[in-house]
Design a protein around this ligand. Sequence first.
Ligand SMILES: Cc1cc2nc3c(=O)[nH]c(=O)nc-3n(C[C@H](O)[C@H](O)[C@H](O)COP(=O)(O)OP(=O)(O)OC[C@H]3O[C@@H](n4cnc5c(N)ncnc54)[C@H](O)[C@@H]3O)c2cc1C
Ligand code: SF4
Ligand code: SF4
Ligand code: SF4
Length: 374
Amino acid sequence: MRKLYAKKEECCGCGACLDICGKEAIRMVVDREGFRYPKIDKNLCIDCGRCEEVCPVKKKGAEKEMHRQYFGVQAKEEKVRYASSSGGMFPVLAEYVFRQQGVVYGAAYDKNMRVVHREIHNREELDAVKRTKYVQSSMKGICRRIEARLKEEQWVLFCGTPCQAEGLRLYLKKPYPKLITADLVCYGVPSPGIWGDYVKHLEGKHGGKMTDFSFRDKRMRDSGHTCAYVVGGKEYSGSLYADAYCRMYFTNHILRPSCHQCRFCTVERSSDLTIGDFWGIEKVKPEIDDGMGTSLVILHTDKAKEIWKAVQEELSWFECGEKDVLQPRLSGPTESAKSRGIFMGFYRVLPFSQVLRLYQVLASGRALLKKIKK
Ligand SMILES: Cc1cc2nc3c(=O)[nH]c(=O)nc-3n(C[C@H](O)[C@H](O)[C@H](O)COP(=O)(O)OP(=O)(O)OC[C@H]3O[C@@H](n4cnc5c(N)ncnc54)[C@H](O)[C@@H]3O)c2cc1C
Ligand code: SF4
Ligand code: SF4
Ligand code: SF4
């Protein structure tokens, strides 16, 4: 019986195996930490091995020695930049693809606030896929749809985590001239199950249905250190770092196990370009740092360099070197919290409201330890 992974760390949940299986023998099953993992139905599987061929964890990447270019970037149109998580490079790329009558794939909320990749077709729909969602997105059916679009000779922009982009590349098997893959600098993805519980928790607390959650809201002009959400038509906001879910994420308690051993935490990628936040902009180029976000852009391929030429008029930008951009997630994966195991142990057995309370206890214990060590 074929097995797609032996340890949880060996599956990043990209969903490429699910899409490639012509026998529909794979389905995603949610584990007790709230992450999706593929499961093979032995009665349907014909042991063809295609699922292993597309797996970005098993397959060595096609990263090659290339002349990469590094840029700091801000969309010139202020409302474009303010509505994005960092400098607005993604929406500028998306607009380029729309001008070619192409389609764009990014992560959006569905009507139940689950995060899913979806296809969008024009500027009006773009808002849904803008902005960072700190939740692992579902890629179900996306590789298949992208392949169909490419076979119709359409332009396609895909933006997602590096492992999703690599799963897509392996799925497609051959390069397509009209496909642009933009992957993210990636801290790691939190559990969709825990996110779902948090949404329910906030809905219960405020009495209504959640319709939006902005992890990096810039309306306070604080470079996205505020998060804001809407429940029952009313908006609530607060510091990103005081929000319980975001704290669990940033303290590394709820990341997918594969993220702690990720091989994509480097500048070497197989995508066309990489986008992220330009960490340290205040040191590299203080004169342009207005606190409203600057994207880091790394161009890997000739195709990306061509597109760069076509969009650079819409951007304020400067070129820099690799050493200027090397933030932690470009030199190694995020370490797991020492108390992740204890936390997840609680999560498996306790009601979510109690898990939140226990997390506060763990967090204050950590703060106390830090004080004692000082
Ligand atoms: C989980 C996660 C972790 C990140 N960690 C870092 C980091 O450590 N360092 C860093 O510099 N940058 C990180 N980023 C990237 C950063 O937050 C911005 O998304 C990126 O700079 C693009 O911003 P933008 O202004 O160009 O476009 P935006 O308009 O903000 O577009 C964001 C793009 O990311 C895609 N996206 C949003 N959420 C998800 C998701 N859950 N899964 C897959 N794709 C998604 C959207 O579809 C869109 O294409 C992370 C992003 C995510 C989603
Ligand atoms: S071996 Fe082939 S049939 Fe079996 S699950 Fe993998 S892709 Fe599907
Ligand atoms: S292809 Fe993706 S979802 Fe499937 S086993 Fe590999 S990492 Fe997991
Ligand atoms: S950290 Fe690595 S494994 Fe985790 S989502 Fe990002 S690219 Fe995938």
